[in-house]
Design a protein around this ligand. Structure first.
Ligand SMILES: Nc1ncnc2c1ncn2[C@@H]1O[C@H](COP(=O)(O)OP(=O)(O)OP(=O)(O)O)[C@@H](O)[C@H]1O
Ligand SMILES: [Mg+2]
Length: 312
């Protein structure tokens, strides 16, 4: 089922068009990524989804309901981790969660068992009596995620969940987030510019640049479809180092990187021309041992679509 549908969303902020016809669909149970550089429009999109901003045109539906006409119903099914979550430093973890629970009208025994449940999921059950102000950044982020799922949402929106964390902590939090999806069945929308994060947690992506969707779909499929440079790893039985000049004669070979005396990685602008290349190599006395297609990475697609920079 389509849980979230964003259709032709346009939004002006400060007199500037910051979302330009954004469309995407998130299915139930999916881990979806809004991927894009700084200033691309990820947070603005999420704010429209949460009903904080009204769209100037287009619409946003959650569970078949227009967000702006059904705000209270929609808020009940969404959990949200903002880019910079604010917690009460002078309260304990438990009191922070309790305070938030009251905002959702969860009380008494139900609230206590919910706090214990989310703390267990986030691995902070033994920290409940500590002051939030004394926690490390990683643990604070775990508390903030616990808070975001306190209302037992069906959709969890995470805006840059690991941007300020060291690699080890970032990895451990990504694993926890992934489990919320794979084991807990939570539908995720993750905003990030971190390609590793996108690939680790999510299976589907909308790549946003300057307010537009420039790439959209299943990550694996997108990599195959959009990559314009195809890399092959070729191993030979004859030394190749002194034969690389062969490749510079061919206009379909974009690059050749010799990786050992008997191996080279060639980049072609057309995948099917690998057979021509191999035929040529054999005709020039190079016996072939192995040819392997190098799977494109999400980074290849991203850099191709977005370039090395976001906003000009
Ligand atoms: N309140 C505002 N008034 C005017 N312009 C804004 C406002 N909020 C955001 N913008 C602009 O809208 C564009 C998109 O911003 P947004 O915060 O959605 O990007 P983002 O993809 O979340 O970036 P980041 O990765 O830096 O968080 C940016 O150019 C930003 O400067
Ligand atoms: Mg943002």
């Amino acid at each position: 089922m389509d849980l979230v549908v964003v259709e032709n969303l346009r939004k002006f902020l400060g007199g500037r068009l910051v979302l330009d016809n954004i469309s995407f669909v998130v299915d139930e149970g999916e881990a979806f990524c809004l991927l894009g550089p700084n200033g691309a429009g990820k947070t603005t999109t999420v704010r429209v989804l949460l009903g904080i901003y009204r769209p100037d045109s287009g619409r946003v539906m959650v569970k078949g309901l227009d967000v702006h006409e059904n705000l209270s119903e929609v808020k009940r099914v969404i959990g949200y981790l903002p880019e910079t979550p604010s917690l009460y430093d002078r309260l304990t973890v438990y009191r922070n969660l309790e305070f938030y629970g009251h905002l959702f009208d969860i009380r008494g025994g139900e609230l206590d068992s919910r706090i214990r449940e989310v703390s267990r999921l986030l691995g902070i059950e033994d920290r409940l009596n500590e002051l939030v102000g004394r926690l490390s950044k990683g643990l604070r982020q775990r508390v903030a995620i616990a808070r975001a799922i306190l209302n037992n949402p069906e959709i969890l929106i995470l805006d840059q969940p690991t941007s300020d964390l060291d690699p080890g902590m970032a990895h451990s939090i990504r694993s926890t987030i992934r489990e919320l999806n794979t084991d807990g069945g939570l539908t995720l929308i993750v905003c990030t510019h971190n390609l590793q994060e996108a690939e680790f947690i999510c299976s589907k992506v909308a790549i946003i640049n300057r307010g537009r969707v420039v790439g959209y779909g299943d990550i694996k499929e997108l990599k195959r479809r959009l990559v314009k440079i195809h890399k092959f790893h070729i191993e030979t039985l004859d030394p190749i180092r002194n034969k690389v000049h062969l490749f510079s004669e061919l206009d379909y070979v974009i690059g050749a990187e010799v990786t050992s005396d008997y191996s080279v990685i060639v980049s072609l602008n057309r995948k099917d021309l690998i057979s021509d290349l191999i035929t040529l190599m054999i005709s020039r006395g190079l016996r072939i041992f192995e040819v392997r297609y190098v799977e494109p990475s999400l980074e290849d697609v991203y850099l191709d679509l977005v370039g090395g920079h976001g906003e000009a």
